[in-house]
Design a protein around this ligand. Sequence first.
Ligand code: ADP
Length: 605
Amino acid sequence: MEKAKRVSVYLFPVLLILITTLIKLNFTEIIGNRTPFLLYGGVVIAATWYSGWRIGLITNIVCVLLVVYFFIEPIYSFYVAPRIVVHLALFILQNTLVILMGLALKKSLKKSQSAETKLKLLLEEACDLIVLRDKNGKATYVSPRVLEITGYTPQEYMELSFDRLVEPEFLEMFTEKLNSISKTPNERQSVLALFKRKDGELRWLEGDVYNYLNREGINALVSHIKDVTHRVELERQKDEFIGLASHELKTPITNIKGFTALAKASIYTDSQKSEALLERSEANIKRLSKLVSDLLDISKINTGKQDYEFETFDLSFLLRDTVQSFALTYSGHIFSSEIESNAIVYGDRNRLEQVIINLIDNAIKYSPHSRQIIIKQKVMQSNVVVSVQDFGIGISEEHLQNIFNRFYRVDSSAMRFQGLGLGLFIAADILKRHQGNFWVESKQGEGSTFNFIIPLERACADLATTDNATFYRDSSISINYHYNDHYLEVRWLGFQTKETVNAAGLRILEYVKKTRAKLVFNDNSQVVGNWSETSDHGGNVWFPLIAEAGVQYFAWILSKNRFSNMAAQRSYEMNRSNIVIRLFDEEEDGLSWLKDQEVKSEMIS
Ligand code: ADP
């Protein structure tokens, strides 16, 4: 195609000159006998337009020669009489001017075209949605980003009226602002409103609207719109948190003031009463100092300045002591405990105590009608597992995945129970620092069990059994290649931490490469624990890596523990590879799906 175009650039002027000369030579009677300056001038213009100024110049010279040779007396000679020289010079000058004009025109056309392309690219690639409206508010241009932000195509968006887009409570403010900005040329205003996407989801959109109605070349109201839902949500959480924190701080302060004033008044008359009042005051001081230290912890976690003092100690002693002091303080509650001895860990004693206190505190707080709390500690697989069970209000599944987030409080409990939604977030951070993990089992109305796991100190080196080709097993994973059915069976064994998940991921990759397996049977049914940080890495990096090593189908058997599935679910959603992944509750279903894929892929190949 390119080549044909290049040839035509040369061919076009040659043909043009040939045809013009032949016509002029053979049809003199019809077109007259005058010197054909005008005709050849046209040839030069056409050649310049089509083939560029260089070929235009050459055409100009060829035409002059032809005119001199064929049409100026004496014909068939290159002799030019002096009186003709002026005509000839004018002819050359006129054609050169035409060529120069063409050149300038082409340049400016190119410039404006490239400016237009740049502008178009800018509008299309901009992170913001850009909308141009005329003075009546009708959209005249909508950038493609609209699809991502609102779910509508530009065409659909242009045809929608504001009442279909903007939520009713914002409609009046929105149209008023738009009207007012359209009356003030060259002004800018920001508008924030709640919009309804095509799929019905509500999003906060913020637009900067510029009145360029009078600006030559634009003549429009230009809006830069972005989705600020996340920011608005954070601001709302922050405001709510400040309100809540002030309230939470004010209550114990008021109590302390009241109780100490009363105690002071009765210190000489009724010492028993004043002692009781001081005790209540002390309890409020404790609550206050817990709130303040939680707030300090949060800011330290944010800045990465949380200090830890690691030492070797027996967690079972710490747990027994903590349960005992709770039993003394909350004599109305029944604390049963099953604590295995010899849980030697390497950790920060105070921080782990903080985690345990927070779990037991919550178990008491969120069980207004039940008095029983069960605390267990077991040593398993070179780890120690601690659980705190209550029979209180429980947590519904939809909230489970959020309760370890900062400031998160389940709506229904936020109304009834004091708290800032920081305790579990801090606990999760402490457990991360101990290479630990956590998970929850809960049913609304029936109670919850909060669990955490941390490794024992000097956990005996993980003894692996392997044939270095098709089989591998350690305490967290087993890998086995099935020759006959051509699939790699991977079983995750029990408790997992961030470290075990990362190491096992690499191990699977190694065996995929060794066995060249295309099918993976990945069994999570025995997994407990949730490590969501590894999920994104799993989807973004690990799946593409095993895809590159040849895996095509991945049957994923979910854990029986719902909380543990959250990380798996996220990895699955983040999958950036071409691997076909299917989630199953039952082992048999996953296996038979995998075998079907093998048959299909064999048929294809
Ligand atoms: P706080 O208790 O101060 O609000 P936490 O971070 O300790 O903050 O807990 C976060 C949320 O998780 C609580 O607001 C509550 O809704 C829920 N929650 C925590 N523990 C329990 C429990 N044992 N039973 C029911 N809900 C709980």
